[in-house]
Design a protein around this ligand. Structure first.
Ligand code: GLU
Length: 348
């Protein structure tokens, strides 16, 4: 039943006691979204933007401008060990060099840890999370003889809920998903939907090292920032299931999603690490200026002929309603998500 998950999750939301300031924030998000299109670009400051990121940013900016909306910038910098010094400055400079200016000040997830922690405690007190003691290594060992597990098998779900440290280690906290299909509105890629128990599983929302998981922070931010449309790379398609699940548990309506195709070579193969990781430095080393780079990024999607030179704003002016969607849909994958990809978002 398509709606069973949504219904049960929404009714459980009434059992959550979110503090008034969080409810106010979520309500403000609903109001912002109702005023019109609000997109966002959410890089992690782990290094320079590569070619695929640059193209996704260009698509997000174009879509927001074509729809007369706003394009916000959020820096996903919660996973501090992975952050690289100077990466955030480089990301902002690269976007501006390409002519992709964002609206308002950038939002930094590292400044919002209090908000995520408050939501996490409300979910915990509402009985929708459980502590998990399974380590990454243990799950990998279990899966070894049969190939990778596609989702977390729920080992700790029915164990007594002990919160504290055991053998010096804190538990991770997982969202216990009820049965049912998680669906979302997908604009560019294959239809948005995953079965909760067999394709998403009980997602980690706080890691054992205490870091708030990407899925929780992202779900809360899309709501609180009033994002109406999430445009991001196709590699995050499967992350939408857990994020929509969190939003439903919070009693909220998810935004629409548009997953932008990954950069592939002529034969349709995803680019290797070296080619794919080329950022603006690589383009500049080849002597390309901003209009040439915008032209190359746009030509790779079939939006303009190869060799075009134009600014982001000129590119926007060449596009008619629906051009972007048409080009992106033509390049969408046929379906089927690798088991490994899904498990990646389940590990503590
Ligand atoms: N910060 C994530 C990344 O750079 C993207 C998050 C998102 O767009 O949801 O891969």
């Amino acid at each position: 039943m398509e709606d069973s998950w949504g219904d049960s999750a929404e009714s459980r939301a009434t059992l959550l006691h979110l503090p008034a300031h969080v409810t106010t924030l979520l309500e403000a998000g609903v109001e912002s979204r109702a005023r019109g299109y609000r997109g966002r670009f959410a890089p992690s400051p782990t290094g320079a933007l590569h070619r695929g990121n640059l193209r996704t940013a260009l698509v997000g900016w174009l879509e927001a401008r074509l729809r007369g909306g706003e394009w916000l910038l959020r820096i996903d910098d919660l996973d501090t060990p992975r952050n690289r010094s100077g990466a955030e400055e480089a990301v902002l400079a690269d976007l501006l060099w390409l002519g992709l200016a964002w609206d308002g000040p950038p939002v930094r997830q590292s400044h919002r840890r209090g908000l995520y922690a408050t939501v996490l405690s409300a979910l915990r007190r509402g009985g929708v999370l459980y502590p998990c003691r399974c380590s990454r290594r243990m799950l990998a060992d279990i899966s070894a003889p049969h190939g990778p597990l596609s989702v977390y098998p729920g080992f700790c779900r029915h164990q007594p809920h002990r919160w504290g440290r055991q053998q010096g280690r804190l538990p991770s906290w997982r969202l216990g998903l009820p049965a049912g299909r998680i669906v979302w509105q997908e604009r560019f890629s294959r239809p948005g939907g995953l079965d909760g128990p067999s394709e998403v599983g009980d997602t980690v929302l706080r890691r054992a090292d205490g870091v708030i998981a990407y899925h929780l922070a992202t779900a809360v931010d899309e709501l609180a920032m009033g994002i109406s449309d999430v445009l991001r790379g196709e590699d995050l398609w499967s992350s939408t299931g857990p994020q929509v699940a969190v939003m439903k548990v919070l009693g909220s309506t998810p935004p629409a999603y548009g997953h932008v195709p990954l950069w592939c070579d002529e034969a349709g193969q995803r680019l290797g690490k070296r080619e794919g990781s080329e950022g603006l430095e690589g383009y500049r080393a080849r002597g390309l200026d901003a209009p040439a780079v915008v032209g190359e990024l746009a030509a790779s999607l079939g939006l303009v002929p190869p060799g075009s030179r134009l600014s982001a704003r000129e590119l926007m002016q060449t596009l008619g309603p629906g051009d972007l969607k048409r080009c992106l849909r033509r390049r969408a994958p046929a379906g089927g998500e690798s088991a490994l990809n899904r498990l990646r978002s389940q590990l503590p």
